[in-house]
Design a protein around this ligand. Structure first.
Ligand code: NDP
Length: 473
């Protein structure tokens, strides 16, 4: 059998589908999985692609099956398993072979791996992949970090397997070392915010308007033809329509209201905090998932406090129209924050992250894919150095058009005791961002009072101290 052009290690959900995608695109792929039975199952299920797949039982066999210089994609559980795989591969590989970690690595681990492999003769790439099972099989969004020359060597296969938006590949080189995994982390942070805001809007329809799941599904379906058109809105409409086969009730009414998380949203928040860039919508979304998991405590608190009395409500369609605009406004805040974090990281790590390209490769394949991202790509192309997405003409206009709706939804929700933490964070973010005269003068006075930290004055240069306790500063 001819040698493979590329290898994939890890035949879990993502690796198996990525390998089939590669074979489907005409490449010969060698595969290996720690548990051999999984490799056998994969080989047996490859169907008509089987003649382009070499299933290997050992790493030695796997490496020998690939034509040098070998591109090897590792798609295993993130963390220590990736280090173990690299350590096991290293003695078997030759100079110029490329190891590509395609899992959800913490970009700081990716940076360390670049350093560890320096001088080894091997090339390393940290690659973010988004799109879940379907994306991996039929075209994910691919975010590459590493040396540009290494990207050039694997560009043909990665662009071939990636999603396409109007014919354009959703795969790109974004910068050196950890750039690809950093961008994937922010992608996931934005995904958390997007999902949380959709859940908040669903909560208003369910608990304030008293709508059932199929009626809410119809609203999301209608929205999917407007400015909110996106994969997440589409799947929300889909899942709300599905009935449970056992109880015959809407399946969402049977699913426990405690969300899981694997950590990428939390990493996005940690990194934004490390850089001093607010990502309040992502923070609210991560915190909301954590609060959702505290089911027993929430139950006790409801017994103790009850729920606030419901206020008179507006006509249902008025609320629904406002919800659509509020969701759009919230999205603008989340994306503006996510892109601002990437701008700061780009400067801090000297990556020169291309914002328009990032938005472009998120337009298809990934979980947050949407029409909205095409508008973001255009906004960053037209105004590449803008400080905040909110300040681009197109997004300033959206903010103006949706501002009233966001305020009404947040204030009505607060009055009715409906939690809308991500949408509320969006209002506060805009209100703080656009107000020239803030309230941090008082914080500076407090800091100087207890810690002699000093402050600046409007009417004089230099650092000053207050006349606290009667002393002149
Ligand atoms: P699965 O749980 O389906 O598969 C895990 C894979 O990792 C298996 O091949 C498993 O091998 C392997 N593995 C686990 N521990 C080790 C180890 N110590 N040494 C060697 N191999 C090991 O995971 P996914 O395919 O979902 O995820 C793979 C990566 O892709 C993760 O980093 C994940 O975060 C990321 N990802 C996942 C997405 C998704 O939607 N699922 C989307 C985007 C990225 P074995 O069969 O021997 O247990």
């Amino acid at each position: 059998m001819a040698k493979a052009e590329i290898g994939v290690i890890g035949l879990g959900v993502m690796g198996a589908n990525l390998a089939l995608n590669i074979a489907d695109n005409g490449y010969h792929v060698a595969v290996y999985n720690r548990t051999t039975s999984r490799t056998d199952e994969f080989a047996a299920s490859a169907g008509e692609l089987a003649d382009r797949v070499t299933a290997c039982a050992t790493l030695e066999e796997f490496v020998a099956a690939i034509k040098p210089p070998r591109p090897v994609i590792i798609m295993v559980k993130a963390g220590a398993p990736v280090d173990e795989q690299i350590a096991a591969l290293q003695p078997l590989l030759e100079a110029n072979d490329i190891i590509i970690d395609a899992g959800n690595a913490n970009f700081r681990d990716t940076m360390r791996r670049f350093t560890d492999l320096e001088g080894s003769g091997l090339t390393f790439i940290g690659m973010g992949v988004s799109g879940g099972e379907e994306g991996a099989r039929h075209g994910p969004s691919i975010m590459v970090g590493g040396a540009e020359a290494a990207w050039k060597r694997v560009e043909p296969v990665l662009t071939a397997i990636s999603a396409k938006y109007e014919g354009e590949a959703c795969a790109a080189w974004l910068g050196e070392n950890g750039a690809g995994h950093f961008v994937k982390t922010i992608h996931n942070g934005i995904e958390y915010a997007d999902m949380q805001m959709i859940a908040e809007v669903y909560g208003v329809m369910r608990d304030h308007l008293g709508m059932d799941a199929p009626s809410i599904a119809a609203v999301f379906s209608a929205w999917s033809t407007g400015p909110l058109d996106s994969y997440l809105i589409d799947i929300t409409a889909e899942v709300l329509k599905v009935s449970d086969v056992v109880s015959n009730r809407p399946i969402v009414d049977i699913i426990v209201d405690a969300a899981g998380q694997k950590g990428t949203g939390r990493w996005a928040v940690i990194e934004s905090q490390m850089m001093g860039v607010p990502a309040t919508a992502i923070e609210a979304a991560v915190a909301a998932r954590s609060l959702s998991a505290m089911r027993a405590e929430r139950k006790n608190a409801q017994v103790r406090f009850g729920l606030p009395p419901q206020q008179a409500r507006r006509e249902g369609q008025q609320v629904i129209d406002d919800l659509e605009k509020a969701l759009l406004a919230g999205k603008v805040a989340a994306y503006a924050q996510g892109f601002a974090v990437m701008t700061a990281a780009s400067a801090e790590f000297d990556w020169k992250l291309p914002m328009a390209t990032t938005a472009r490769i998120w337009r298809a394949g990934c979980i947050i894919r949407s029409r909205f991202l095409d508008e973001i790509a255009t906004a960053f192309t037209d105004t590449p150095d803008v400080a905040n997405l909110a300040m681009t003409p197109a997004f300033s206009k959206i903010i103006e058009e949706t501002d009233g709706s966001l305020r009404r939804i947040v204030s009505e929700s607060v009055l009715n005791g409906l939690p809308v933490p991500a949408l509320a964070s969006a209002v506060s973010y805009f209100d703080t961002y656009r107000r020239e005269r803030g309230t941090a003068n008082l914080i500076q006075a407090q800091r100087d009072f207890f810690g002699a930290h000093g402050f600046e004055r409007f009417d004089a240069d230099g650092a000053h101290h207050g006349p606290w306790g009667g002393e002149q500063g």
